[in-house]
Design a protein around this ligand. Structure first.
Ligand SMILES: [Zn+2]
Length: 62
């Protein structure tokens, strides 16, 4: 059997929810890219969202 899970692909070790909330509290969010906008000037802007607390963060590339 082959098991595929995005969470376990992340770093190999799944993070317990309690530890995840603690990491979010110290702004170590577990971001995933939900949107990439490439029409922002000459660079790209990634919209990232935390899997745990759903906070959104814009990250501007070059
Ligand atoms: Zn978070």
């Amino acid at each position: 059997m082959t098991e595929r899970s995005p969470e376990t692909q992340h770093k190999g070790v799944p993070i317990p929810p309690t530890l995840g909330r603690l990491l979010c509290a110290i702004t170590l969010h577990d971001y995933r890219v939900v949107e990439v906008n490439s029409s922002f000037g000459s660079g790209t802007v990634e919209t990232r969202q935390c899997r745990r607390c759903n906070i959104r963060h814009l990250r501007q590339g070059r």
